[in-house]
Write a new protein. Structure first.
Length: 147
């Protein structure tokens, strides 16, 4: 459903859209692509996020954003991934310039079909296990149907 107010502003209260966070730390092994276990829903407009994945309710164009936050040492990499139906479709990687808290995001706009599902994964090259954190910057995942 869509509604229009007297100023022409459109409201789409059933539009598929979800934003979820990691509320505590999640240990990630070195050089291992690992699914992020987002456990806090900021919002889930159409109830499409469950079991750490977003399932598309209808065909359309979707905006997907996955962000990870982790403390790293100089020259270590943090990579964020977006998977669709279990396959890596987008990834972005960045290196820490010094020992620092590093944030890395992956953004993708893609046509998806009803029942396709999207997941957020990460990997790092610290040399030993590191924690994804939510205390400095949020580790989060968002999917929004935009057309």
């Amino acid at each position: 459903h869509m509604t229009f107010d007297t100023n022409g502003i459109i409201s789409m209260p059933l539009q598929a859209s979800a934003s979820v966070n990691l509320s505590g730390n999640q240990s990630i092994s070195d050089s291992t692509v690992t699914k992020v276990t987002h456990d806090t829903e900021v919002y889930d407009i159409n109830g499409d996020f469950a079991s750490n994945k977003f399932t598309c309710p209808v065909d359309g164009i979707y905006l997907m954003i996955g962000t990870a936050s982790m403390s790293l040492a100089d020259a270590d990499n943090l990579t964020t991934y977006l998977f669709v139906n279990g396959a890596d479709v987008s990834r972005d990687s960045g290196s820490a310039a010094m020992t620092e808290h590093h944030n890395q995001s992956t953004v993708l706009v893609k046509k998806l079909d009803a029942s396709d599902y999207v997941e957020h994964y990460v990997m790092h090259t610290f040399g030993s296990s590191r924690d994804l954190t939510s205390s400095v910057q949020y580790t989060n995942f968002q999917v929004h149907k935009i057309a």
